[in-house]
Design a protein around this ligand. Structure first.
Ligand code: ZN
Length: 504
């Protein structure tokens, strides 16, 4: 502890001084509050805190005053009051009945503080999703990006399309633990476990229950419906929505990972209507103002030779196949706007002529192109798009965390706890354009994440570091300070049954 404290810079900003004070008082608040002073003495903490509404406190912000004779919480909104309670819970030391007296003024730097859960490659189910919402909200994270549809499974029951729940939510087999089946392999059958996976999907009642649970914790759910790529599960249920239906006949969701070439037929009005029906239902079910429409990794191979796609291009005056995805993106930007929603999508969906109201989600900043064209964060904001930063260099929770003797399998790459903590959503963005950066999120892709223990291990403590990065922003304490607080906080997570990985 002593060496850690000596390692802290002497000329730190107020934030770091506050966090050092927290540390010296044995406090472990994550994310660190923006301003905090430990005023001395203890509060007996009997009875409910006193709540006051103060209009001048920023959205989601709060003031927390713990005095010997009681606790007062001030905020301008319900979210701020909720976050004050989360801080209050972290002020308590295990086994201690009193609280240290403190004065805290706190508010987030970014309004989008998210986590992505991929329920397609592996399915976690209603109770686990609720646990994720509960734990993320303790860290003042407020956006659950829910990846509900992909090549390997469709997880949402849609009225009028019964085959999605019956057929597209079941796959014939999954990867054997430790193997890496890939769609580009000629034969990967020896890498599969032969066990039917599913049916796994959410009903309307499930979704409503989860939404109510999330709303109580000030978490907005962002549903993701992938289009026009990553739709193989849906195409296997309704082959007529693909460019070449005969390729899909008798097929089910993919059992291997990778980028699939059979995608939505953009020339087929029925395929467009299918996505309209799905998104219309999603807008009726999910109250959030943003809907994720995927847009990543969509090969154009089939469109090049599909008569319907070629006819669409001719009719709409689209010069080459690169113009088809922007055409359908524009269509759904308009479609969602008519329902009071803004779309968000992976960075390459902003290529071509796409309205500024479309929000980008940047995953390749500083990390190369993964073989696809895409816009850099700077290009996105220069075009006037708002952006959520999820660079795989800092935010990909499915990458290895650099632990010795790690029992779990990762997709590859390395994102350490320190790397997560160093995440700066505004990196490389000039000050005058930073207003476009809405925030950031950690992405838990689940190709190699089999179950909830595996998910927890990968997600925590790295998401604690990401939560601190997006809450404190430019007032973030240094890593040594975070790590010292995390020692205590990890015990708190373990006591709740969260399978938090060691810090090392
Ligand atoms: Zn087509």
């Amino acid at each position: 502890m002593k060496s850690l404290r000596l390692a802290l810079s002497a000329c730190t900003v107020l934030m770091a001084e506050a966090a050092t004070a927290a540390d010296s008082a044995g406090l472990a608040i994550i994310p660190a509050p923006r301003e905090m002073s430990v005023t001395g003495g203890e509060c007996a903490a009997k009875g409910e805190p006193k709540f006051e509404t103060v209009a001048s406190i920023p959205p989601e912000g709060y003031e927390l005053s713990v005095k010997k004779d009681g606790v007062t919480i001030r905020s301008s909104d319900a979210a701020g009051a909720f976050y004050a309670k989360m801080t209050l819970a972290q002020l308590k030391s295990p086994g201690k009945k009193t609280l240290p007296c403190v004065e805290i003024k706190d508010a987030p730097q970014y309004k989008w503080r998210g986590l992505l859960i991929d329920d397609c490659r592996h399915f976690f189910g209603k109770e686990k999703i609720k646990r994720v919402i509960d734990v993320m909200s303790q860290h003042k994270m407020n956006r659950l990006h829910w990846h509900l549809t992909d090549d390997q499974g469709w997880r949402l029951d849609i009225p009028g399309y019964p085959e999605l729940a019956r057929h597209a939510s079941v796959r014939a087999a999954s990867a054997k633990h430790g193997t890496r089946p890939h769609v580009n392999m000629k034969d990967y059958s020896h890498l599969l476990n032969g066990e039917k996976y599913g049916p796994f999907f959410y009903t309307e009642a499930d979704i409503k229950e989860i939404l109510a649970y999330a709303a109580e914790r000030h978490v907005v759910i962002i549903p993701e419906i992938e289009l026009p790529g990553h739709v193989y599960a849906a195409l296997s249920a309704y082959p007529e929505l693909a460019c070449f239906p005969e390729r899909l006949k008798g097929k089910g969701p993919l059992c291997a990972w990778g980028i699939e070439k059979d995608v939505l037929c953009i020339g087929n009005d029925k395929a467009v209507k299918f996505m309209e029906d799905v998104l219309d239902y999603v807008c009726k079910l999910f109250p959030g103002d943003v809907v994720h429409i995927g847009g990543d990794e969509c090969p154009q191979d089939r469109w090049k030779t599909c008569p319907k796609c070629q006819a669409r291009m001719k009719k709409e005056g689209i010069a080459d196949v690169h113009g088809l995805q922007p055409w359908i993106t524009r269509h759904f930007v308009k479609f969602l706007a008519a329902r009071g929603r803004r779309p968000i999508g992976w960075d390459e969906y902003l290529l071509g002529d796409v309205p500024k109201s479309a929000i980008g989600m940047s995953w390749r900043a500083g990390g190369g192109g993964a073989g696809h064209r895409f816009l850099t964060p700077l290009e996105c904001v220069k075009r006037g798009h708002d952006l959520v930063m999820t660079p795989r260099t800092h935010c990909y929770i499915d990458y290895g965390q650099g632990l010795k003797d790690d029992p779990f399998q990762y997709i590859g790459g390395k994102v350490t706890l320190e790397k997560c903590h160093s995440f700066n959503p505004c990196e490389g963005i000039p000050p005058e354009l930073r207003g476009h950066i809405l925030g950031g999120q950690g992405n838990n892709w689940s190709e190699y994440t089999w179950n909830e223990y595996d998910l927890d291990w990968k997600m925590w403590p790295r998401s604690c570091a990401l939560a601190e990065a997006v809450w404190t922003g430019d007032k973030k304490p240094d890593f040594a300070n975070f790590r010292a607080r995390m020692e205590t906080h990890r015990k708190r997570l373990l006591a709740q049954g969260v399978n938090c990985a060691p810090l090392e």
